[in-house]
Design a protein around this ligand. Structure first.
Ligand code: ADP
Ligand code: MG
Length: 330
């Protein structure tokens, strides 16, 4: 299986970036102008998501997570770059296509529960609403809403209005609303932001169930670093770029027992840039000029610091140690 990392590090001349992925963000830039000040919310962000994946996006406040989801959900248009979801090129949609995209291809769950649900409708009516907009019969609407609420574990809430539901129940009903039109992707922007840890885990588990049972691709933004416990892949965004990923894999030991290994990767962008974690930079006082060396299986990064006693066998990469006497005798 080709992983995202393989594809990102693919050599030039390979097929189009993200050709097989369901979601492709290629060097996305989004610049906001406010009162003459330019804010670069996305600064060349690359991201690939395969069909059927459940991906969490984490990052500090202001790192560009909501901007990314607004772009992916068709609410906002990036300043530059390329963004595709399935067959839809989000940079080149007419207003009518945008409506169709938002209605058929994707579903959303927002942080503010009030934005997800209509307060005077019951849970069933809320889930049935998007189905009415796409012209399904009343019977079909109620049947689908009932099935979805059952699947999401909130069947008992069917006849209650949002005000009669707990925060966690509201968000699970909201997931039902997002799923009503059988979208291929669900985007959730901090759906657990207003919930306590236990309830937040419950909502994340519900998104996992949706991904597993319905095969829906799920992209969930959260500021909760513990989310990587729940999902296979966690992408970290920093300053409007994807900076690292945590991938969880299940390994089988020799005795047949399974254990989960979480591995952190840095992301190499398409221009070949990689962000070194701050701890690494601090530990070796790496800043400004560094030395790079290509080894048989990896690349080393060295600080550029004057050495005390240069010795030929101490040569650092990219450097040939030649003593002045040798040089003079040549
Ligand atoms: P996050 O969701 O990760 O907290 P956002 O995507 O909301 O981050 O914001 C990224 C950056 O863009 C922030 O610096 C924010 O202040 C700025 N920003 C977001 N929306 C706007 C806007 N409509 N106008 C101006 N600046 C904005
Ligand atoms: Mg946000």
């Amino acid at each position: 299986m080709t992983t995202t990392l393989d594809r990102l590090t693919e050599k030039a001349g390979a097929p189009t970036f993200g050709q097989d992925a369901l979601i492709v963000c290629d060097s996305l830039v989004r610049i906001y102008q406010s009162e003459g000040i330019e804010v670069q919310a996305l600064q060349g962000l690359d991201l690939l998501v395969d069909e059927g994946e459940l991906v969490a996006i984490v990052g500090a406040s202001g790192s560009g997570k909501s901007t990314l989801l607004a772009v992916l959900s068709g609410l906002d248009v990036p300043t530059a770059g390329r963004v595709r979801v399935g067959p839809w090129d989000l940079m080149a949609m007419t207003p009518a296509q945008r409506v169709a995209y938002r209605r058929q291809m994707v579903g959303f769950v927002w942080q503010q529960t009030a934005r997800n649900l209509v307060p005077y409708l019951t849970a069933t009516e809320n889930v049935a609403l998007p189905l009415a907009l796409s012209g399904r019969s009343r019977r079909e609407r109620t049947a689908r809403a009932t099935t979805l609420l059952e699947l999401l574990g909130v069947g008992y809430c069917a006849d209650r209005r949002p005000g009669q539901l707990s925060g966690g129940e509201q968000q699970r009903v909201a997931i039902g609303v997002a799923l009503a039109n059988e979208p291929r992707v669900v985007f959730a922007d901090e759906p657990t932001g207003e919930l306590d840890t236990a309830t937040s885990d419950e909502v994340l588990e519900t998104l996992r169930l949706v991904n597993r049972e319905l095969g829906t691709t799920v992209v969930v933004v959260t500021h909760d670093p513990g989310v990587s416990e729940h999902v296979q892949r966690t992408v970290a965004i920093r300053d409007g770029r994807t900076s690292s990923e945590v991938v969880r894999r299940t390994h089988t030991r020799d005795d047949g027992t399974e254990h989960v290994v979480a591995e952190e990767f840095a992301m190499l962008d398409r221009a070949g840039r990689v962000q070194l974690p701050q701890e690494y930079r601090e530990a070796l006082e790496l800043s400004g000029r560094v030395r790079l060396a290509l080894e048989a299986s990896h690349v080393s990064v060295w600080p550029d610091r004057p050495r005390v006693e240069p010795r030929p066998d101490d040569a650092r990469p990219g450097e040939t140690v030649v003593s002045t006497e040798q040089e003079g005798s040549r």
